[in-house]
Write a protein that binds this ligand. Structure first.
Ligand code: 0WD
Length: 255
């Protein structure tokens, strides 16, 4: 199977064991990669440390990085540079919107809520790519997580759908900029998965049951499936792919 031994990856956005980021981390770990985890705030630090320790891997780092702060991002990557020098990839698994704007009609979105969702869920990729790319001396691969709600109007996804559309466009522009440095930028559009963030989305259970009934594979997506596609995008097997979005959603997007 695929080996990423001797390579180092930054995984941003583990909140708990259900996080898609944790699925990606486990796939990376199984492939022999060294991992650096970043977390948003003190509230989840202990949970991330506990999960990182459970891997029993040498050299794992856990660092704070609130992506709403440019200073926090530069401090974080300066510490990563100091510790490991070179990184080979980064998984951006971060999103946030106000719960009250993830139900009802999009037309009611506030200016505040719109900008907050764009800031954390979309702009953060560009801010982080700028810093991370400086550490990718041997080339690299950046992977972010998106959702079909950025391509089509999905009930309740609302302001987050618009943030995902902007994230998807950012992937293409970043790929265009960073390709000359041997750095690839891609996204995975995951099918709905029951996580902490997903709890905020109105009628999420309905969305899950629709996938089970209608998606070509007749089952919901697992974090392991997303993790295994991520390590493909991190590995040399995907060396010709950049600026791309891969749907890991049991085929739901073709309907
Ligand atoms: O169905 C789903 N769960 C899908 C999720 C389908 C398709 C895509 N995605 C995306 C999400 O939109 C997100 O981009 O996957 C990514 C990861 O989401 P997740 O695994 O569903 O959710 P979760 O485990 O809650 O992790 C998201 C994390 C935050 O968790 P909390 O609970 O603390 O909000 O994003 C991080 C944080 O760890 N995050 C931040 N990180 C740094 N700085 C910040 C911040 N300011 N805000 C949130």
């Amino acid at each position: 199977s695929l080996s990423l031994a001797g390579k180092t990856y930054v995984v941003m956005g583990v909140a708990n064991k259900r996080s898609i980021a944790w699925g990606i981390a486990r796939s990376l770990h199984n492939a022999g990669a060294r991992l650096i985890f970043t977390y948003a705030g003190e509230r989840i630090e202990s949970s991330v440390r506990e999960l990182a320790n459970s891997l029993e891997a040498e050299g794992t780092l856990v660092l704070p990085c609130d992506v709403t702060s440019d200073e926090a991002i530069s401090t974080c990557f300066a510490e990563i540079k100091e510790a490991v020098g070179t990184i080979h990839g980064l998984a951006h698994c971060i999103a946030f919107a106000k719960t009250e704007e993830l139900k009802g009609e999009f037309v009611n979105t506030s200016r505040d809520g719109f900008l907050l969702a764009q800031n954390i869920s979309s702009y953060s990729l560009t801010a982080v790519a700028k810093q991370a790319s400086g550490l990718m001396a041997e080339g690299g691969s950046i992977v972010t997580l998106t959702y079909i709600g950025g391509e089509r109007a999905i009930p309740n996804y609302n302001v987050m759908g618009v943030a995902k559309a902007s994230l998807d466009a950012s992937v293409r522009y970043l790929a265009a900029d960073l390709g000359k440095h041997g750095i690839r930028v891609n996204s995975i559009s995951a099918g709905p998965i029951r996580t902490l963030s997903a709890k905020a989305i109105g009628e999420f259970n309905l969305i899950l049951s629709e996938i089970e009934e209608r998606a070509p594979l007749r089952r919901t997506t697992t974090p392991e499936e997303v993790g295994d596609t991520a390590i493909f995008l991190f590995s040399d097997l995907s060396r010709g792919i950049t600026g791309e979005n891969i749907h890991v959603d049991s085929g739901f997007h073709i309907l």
